[in-house]
Design a protein. Sequence first.
Lengths: 309, 368, 513
Amino acid sequence: MILELILGTLNRALAYGTPLLLATLGEICVERAGVLNLGVEGMMMLGAFSSFVVAYVTSNPWLGILGGAIAGGLFSLIHAFSSITLRANQTVSGLALTMLGTGIAETLGRNWEGKVLSSPIKPFSEDFLSLFPPGVRTLFRDSNLLVVGSIILALVLWFFLFKTKAGLSLRSCGENPAACDALGINVWKVRYMAVFGGGVMAGLGGAYIAVAYRPAWSSGMTQGMGWLAVALTIFSFWNPLYAPLGAYLFGALFHLAFRLQVFVAPEILNSLPYLFPVVALVFVSRLAFRKKIGVPGSLGKPYERGEWE
Amino acid sequence: MDRRKFTRFHIEVSVQPSLASVIFFSLLAIILAFACGGIIFLFYHISPWVGYQTFFQGALGSWYAFSETLKRTIPLLLVGEGLALAFRAQVLNIGAEGQILLGAVAATWVALFSGLPPFLLLPVMFLLGFLAGAGWALIPAFLKTRFAVNEVLSTLMLNYVASNLVLYLIGGPWKGKGVRGFTYTDTFPEAAWLKTMGITRVPYFTLLVGIVIAVGGYFFLKKSALGFELRVVGSSPETAKLLGINEEKIVFLAMLLSGGLSGFAGVGEVAGIHHLLRHPDHISLGYGYTAIIVAWLARANPLATIVTSFLFGALLSGGDALRVSLGIPFQVVSVFNGLILFFLISTEHLSRYRIIWGDTKVVENYDS
Amino acid sequence: MLEEKNRWEEKPVEVAFNSITKRFPPDILANNQVSFEVKKGTVHALLGENGAGKTTLMNILYGLLLPDEGEIIIRGKPTKISSPREAINLGIGMVHQHFKLIPTHTVSENIVLGLTSTPFFFPAEKAEFEIKSLSEKYGLKIDPRARVWQLSAGEKQKVEILKALYRRANILILDEPTSVLTPQEAEELFATLRAMKEEGKTCIFITHKLNEVKEIADVVTVMRKGKVVSTTLPSQVSLEELARMTVGKEVISVVPRKITSDKTILQLQEVSAMGDRDFPALLNISLTVRKGEIVGVAGIAGNGQKELAEVIVGLRPVTKGHIFLEDREITNLLPRDIASSGVAYIPEDRHLGLVGEMSVAENLLLRGYSQPPFSQGFWVDWEKAEAYSEKLISNYQISPPLSDIPVRILSGGNRQRVVIARELERKPKLVIASHPTAGLDVSGVEAIHKLLIKAQEEGAGILLISGDLDELLKLSNRIVIMFRGEIVGEKEKEHWTEEDRREIGLRMGGVKR
């Protein structure tokens, strides 16, 4: 009985946590390269909206997913341009883009209010799930390809960042861009690509919500998930392997808040995911820790050649 | 530094733009934002011209419109002033939205549950509201000074906690009698209602306070010793350390003032507009975030904030008119907000050219 | 010795500098028609004071800067090097004075960073074998899996050298490499350089230490104020001559100024302090400054002068020893308290002394705003501040003479006048002046010198830290020389001679008598 409850909760956690995981993986990528992107919320909203429209019009949910990813990526280039090329304040640029993205999605979305996708991405079929033992069945009952795909993506991203040449360059641009420049790495190119990748993943996250999780359009689709992704990036210490743990933890908390609302006011459990990252930051900030666990050394600082130590 | 000689003057890229340059590029940012934003109207098959007309009518076209603008200017002014002071000290308080809510919560408690005599209600509401907002802001201040936790994230996260707090209260212990569906509290007693000006629904008390704070803030920064220290800390923390100015003191002060003013604004909203506590989004209405732009556009200058808060009050009011008259969703305002902010920071780069006096001579030495 | 010279002349030219000229706005001539040859398989020292132009020249060689005139010839071919990547492709590697390493990454990861030829997958792991063999070959013992933040300064330098060697560098540039090394580590470094020479590699070694030139260099090029003074074999030249070439010959005529008092204003007793990179910066410094005396601190930057100023004004903790102002102990007091006891500070870093966005008047008030007559409880009396500002602007000839313009738009010389005006007007007992005329033009320098002399005449004791020996010889009653955090010499004179200049140059270069 308890096991059922746990697995059932985890099942919902997987479903809820997937868009959060996707956006977080993207943000890890971006911040590891040294750019702070606070526009994730806006990118998710735009991703959600574009994917919904494309899926609705083409009746093909996977085209919708693609559309959402592209929209997120393109939108993120604006942030890349202002942060990397114009060297504007990254915090404010991100905020501006969140307002912009959310605003566009909400404004244009009004015409689509209440519309439902005729062919959303469906969860795994019963036949497919029956291949697996009962525990696994319950765990993945509401999951689909994207859910599994996002877990795989986390593994792939971890491998990419830590075991490949390109990943090494990316991480180094975030730690010490001057060192990279002196070795001939094009710091700006690396950062642009990282931001774009992050935007694509944020867009994917938003697309998931619109096309799979809740295949109807309504106001406030993402519900601040973009901000949670920024927080989760810190909470997972910028490591893609920890991101799923955090994402599913948050997902479980939100689900439990709903389930247990008879016993505990849901708002209390709903608040917890926002407090975890603050606690994590307290630990991250201990200077000794800083050398071992990574706040990327140059996070949020624009790079200009000629500014040596 | 890049210098090109030009008779006795040199054009140089520096970090200090001139006032004329600042104003020019601010206006340019607004114009560009509106030009881009106009595209949105096309999606609704409305010509941008009609869209803008409705917009301006709704903001300033009539006395009613003007009062609607003022209604929205007040919280933007109060919160914006606080944020201007905080930004001046390089303290990025993104948590005004939550601090507004805490003020509203405190005011609601006083109005409905404190059992105070009627004539004390409003004063105590404002006092406690200020303290509640300030207290909420002191948490990230403490985390910043003690643990070097970046205040952008800590204040942001607390916004969501505050929102949840309000939801909990209005749906639970403070739920109004006979409420079904959308939750909210009972209506405040009359003594807890802010007086409004004539037939407009503009509470004059908070408007006056806003202007007094603006002027006071200006003098505080320019003429007082503490304001002087705040500016030094914000401009050049290393120099502040050399001079022995207590940075922690300044961080706490900045958070206290900005949090408190936001809380104060929150009281104004529930006491002056809503007369009860309802869904957090309807109380704070994004004022906390919009005020960031208000303060930023004003370059954190308390007097300029009066102008920019009025500007954005007009923007919000115009947006509302678009919703009512043309059916364009209210969120279109976010689009304009985002565009203005975006163009502002992008053109900031351009406003750095300036003219410098002075001769140069060849010096055969360079400190490598 | 003649044999040696012949041997050197017979070697092929690896790198030749041909009339390299580089200017920096505003019109600073960093390299002035620099020409010399570096032969293959040699250790070639580049000797000079601060501002001689050595680092600029090497930055040009490494592709970080482009020369305005002249050319670089590599193995007989004129070559334009416009980026570090191109330099690396030509076989040029650089070990910077300030390490460009990533502390959280491993040694191996730092070494393979940015190399196009490494494999895409597991680049760091696959490189370990070669890193180990390289490190054994050249005596650079290091664990490829160690994280850089765990390493000592000497070990970090080894990583930097391995970085260059891994990229098949044939020409290795080392910028003041022994500045962070212990004597043993310096020996290990020299062994590495000799091993590289055996392999036919070429090393260019920037230094200001005369003994090192004698010990490790086959050839030395001396630079001074952007020009090449000479290129000689160290074995054919004495330390004194090297010193003379480095610091120049001009005799400065000094107006003799007698010290009128024996009263001690500043006293340091065996003061020690740590530097920024966990390296001791000051070792048992003892020094006094008397009333009305200017004590010059000579030495190449990086030998502890910055830290000396910082411990006196309270910006750096003293780990051992005591500091006294007159008879009051000020060791480790807060900067504010030390300042209010009568210590003026003209910092090396201009940004520290001024707030760019604030006006001239406000900057002039940075010390006095919380005290009478300017302080009025909560408020500042800005009328008095304005008047004060106008008085100072006039007395110290600050231009343009406007109180409410932001200090950022003033030229360097005038900004410095603001700092000096503010500090000296308080009639301090002690002035710590750190590189007060760096980067200023001739008239700016003159003006500041006059102000310092005036302060001296009014009875202040002045500690003048400067990289410009001419300036020190012109102004100081007594000169102490710092090298590696210690005081290695002291001289008091009324007139300074060429002999003095040479001796000081020797001490600055680390030569002990």
